[in-house]
Ligand binder design. Structure first.
Ligand code: CO
Length: 464
């Protein structure tokens, strides 16, 4: 009997997010969804991450309507989304009532599986969204945000997986947003988690540093149940390994992938011209297809490398790039080794830039970093030293309770604020998550004289 492995296709979410800054409109997806539904994937990653923000901010598209349109075409394959735990699809902590409502509406509008992570792997920040997912009838897939440090050992990740299983996980993901998970470590991690926890295990990585196919191969050998890949058109570089190539290689090794290669070919034929168009429009920067082994050396995700480069270029300080790059791991160590995932990746990167360009470490500290040091994002993996803490927040006490515990319910207040434009709870959630972009989107839709145009220039790339 052959071993089984299943694939989740990421072109609609992570491939789109990683290579073209999430600018793919629904019109590029609709014609091929039926074929994708027939290709034998276990799931399509179709929503969440930066897609929601991008719909409102750049595409003037209703993100909920996008989800409903995808669901209408995809009848047999699961639809999966990525959720940043208590941060939902935004960057701050939302009150529990907003989190619960958002998750409920996501499932109601068509999502089957919600992958939930917290940037600090603080499971307290995942509890409300996990419970809400299960109550709404969805599958909860907590994700381990993978990163490296002396603290982040295989033992630590295994105990995290065990904790997630006791919280009601339906499956577990290892989420390597930076593409730094090495093949042998993946083998050990997958074997140990499979031994410890009786749940399906899904592995997610990025090609960025050039080791991802080996990592998937070793994960498959160790008993991973699902891997995340992207159809060749948008694969490689900052995205996932190519679906077709991974499938052919694993079939050759005796795995049953359940995929239909003729359907995969049709999907690639559809997305190739879409990719070429984005390339001509220069939205697809050729750099995203590059191999960047520096990610393994500095443990800095590829998307963060490009964010840093553009921040420095804007200030005509490109010559400081190497210094900033060397500063990133130092800031990360100072801050207790947070995984570099949204929003921590942006925060750590910005602090590293400030430390270098001001010529004095922590002379200027953004509000987000101060909040983080004061416990506002949850428990840091390693405790921050008293010297660094004092430098950043003085004698402000550090909060130890779950950050959302001090947030009063806010849905009704937000609903009242946006009552001129919002026609549904989904509309209110647009505004709750992105007050400015949500209001502008709804304003343009409801008021012909609303004259704030759709944004065209991006500032940073979300890393998840
Ligand atoms: Co990813």
């Amino acid at each position: 009997m052959s071993k089984e492995i299943r694939f989740m296709e990421t072109v609609l979410r992570d491939g789109n997010q990683s290579q073209i800054a999430t600018r793919m409109p629904i019109s590029d997806m609709l014609p091929i969804l039926k074929t994708m539904d027939e290709a034998g994937y276990i799931a399509l990653e179709a929503w969440g991450g930066a897609t929601f923000d991008s719909c409102l901010r750049f595409l003037n598209e209703d993100p909920w309507e996008r989800l409903r349109q995808i669901r209408a075409q995809v009848k047999n394959t699961k639809l999966q989304m990525l959720l940043r735990g208590q941060n939902l699809l935004g960057y701050r902590h939302y009150a529990d009532d907003v989190v619960t409502k958002f998750v409920q509406k996501s499932v109601e509008n068509g999502i089957d599986v919600i992958r939930i992570f917290d940037a600090l792997n603080d499971t307290r920040n995942m509890r409300t969204s996990m419970e809400a997912t299960k109550n709404a009838g969805g599958e909860a897939q907590p994700a381990i945000a993978y990163t490296t440090s002396d603290f982040h050992t295989v033992d630590y990740f295994v105990s995290l997986a065990k904790e997630m299983s006791t919280m009601g996980a339906d499956s577990i993901a290892i989420k390597d947003m930076a593409g730094v998970l090495l093949p042998e470590t993946a083998y050990e991690l997958v074997s140990r988690i499979k031994d410890a926890v009786d749940l399906p295990l899904q592995v997610h990585t990025h090609v960025t540093a050039g080791v991802s196919e080996m990592t998937y191969l070793k994960s498959a050998e160790a008993g991973a149940d699902i891997i995340d890949t992207c159809i060749s058109s948008f694969s490689g570089g900052t995205s996932q390994p190519a679906t077709e190539s991974m499938a052919i290689a694993l079939e050759n090794l005796g795995f049953d992938t359940g995929l239909k290669l003729d359907k995969l070919a049709e999907i690639a034929e559809h997305f190739n011209p879409v990719r070429d168009r984005f390339r001509e429009e220069k939205i697809l920067n050729p750099k995203v297809k590059d191999t960047e082994p520096k990610a393994l050396i500095f443990q800095v995700p590829g998307g963060m490398l490009s964010n840093l480069m553009s921040q420095l270029e804007e200030q005509h300080l490109s010559d400081k790039y190497d210094e900033v790059l060397a500063e990133v791991p130092k800031v990360r160590a100072d801050l207790g080794f947070p995984p570099l995932v949204t929003p921590l990746s942006q925060m750590v990167g910005t602090q590293a830039v400030l430390n270098i360009v001001t010529g004095e470490r922590y002379k200027i500290v953004p509000k987000e970093i101060k909040d983080y040091v004061a416990g506002g994002y949850g428990k840091t993996p390693v405790e921050i030293s008293p010297e660094i803490r004092e430098k950043i927040i003085g004698d402000t006490p550090v909060e130890t309770e779950r950050p959302a515990d001090k947030l009063a319910p806010e849905f009704d207040k937000l609903k009242a604020e946006i009552s001129d434009y919002a026609k549904s709870d989904e509309d209110v959630l647009d505004y709750a998550l992105f007050p400015k972009q949500g209001k502008d989107f709804l304003g343009r839709r409801e008021d012909p004289f609303y004259d704030i145009p759709v944004q065209t220039v991006d500032v940073t790339i979300d890393m998840d």
